[in-house]
Design a protein around this ligand. Sequence first.
Ligand code: NAP
Length: 265
Amino acid sequence: MLLKDQRILLTGATGGLGSALALELAKSGASLGLVDTEYDQLGELYDKIQPLTDVTTSLADITEAEDQQNIIHDMYSAFGGTDILINNAGIKDFVEFTEQKPAMMDRLLQVNVIAPMQLSRLLLPDMLCRESGHIVNIGSPFGSIASAFFTAYSASKFALRGFSEALRRELDSTQINVTYISPRGIDTANDAQALFNMAEAVKLQPDAADDVARQIVKAIKKEKKEVYIGLNQTITSRVNGLIPRLVDFLAVRRNRIMRQYTHHP
Ligand SMILES: NC(=O)c1ccc[n+]([C@@H]2O[C@H](COP(=O)([O-])OP(=O)(O)OC[C@H]3O[C@@H](n4cnc5c(N)ncnc54)[C@H](OP(=O)(O)O)[C@@H]3O)[C@@H](O)[C@H]2O)c1
């Protein structure tokens, strides 16, 4: 599928991956609706994208029902509708589960799962009517291989993967595509220091955000159903599905190291 003239709604647009994705999509000639929470950052991103393609912005909290309606309305006003929804906004919390704040747990599930489902639900009737549309959900390796100290985040990404798979099967006989994409660790500079230190200690090599963005755009163009970036992630996800006890065993040493970094000032 060519992205030229596609109307794409991108959440979490000013984040590490979001801004790289916005730039890559703009280069493909798509019209972009950029959604995020910070006025100044959205303005800066708009200034970068606007010379490249048609763009509109929505200052919105995707967990708020009224904001969800406004986002969709903004797309109508600017472009007459939405062809592709990219559910990219996401939050994570690196913490022992017993220390996790209930409000954070709730927020994490709202942002990472409920909001993408709500936005999809709001856009689907129009896509079905037009017999064309694409929903893209940005997952994580923790959506296939649950990780200690990322319990709520893992639960949210498993749910997002489940939602993607179920919706894809439900829409099987329609022209609507659903893609679930799982990037590995990304060098986005927005992560908390504790997360950086832990990643270094367990020797995680993050991917560059613009490389990941290029792979995501390629997957969208090819209308892929599921994409796991990196061979090691592809293999480990399969192994975890088949022999989870082996992954439990292999994770013991890493968990011991990770635990030290959850106790940060
Ligand atoms: N970074 C990684 O290593 C990695 C690896 C695999 C998968 N992923 C996934 O990739 C996606 C992007 O991650 P990232 O690293 O680019 O994260 P990021 O830099 O923190 O960007 C996420 C963006 O989403 C926005 N956002 C959060 N809650 C929102 C809400 N309620 N309404 C609207 N916008 C909201 C954030 O705004 P605020 O800053 O104002 O909250 C931020 O701009 C996420 O789904 C993440 O789970 C990331």
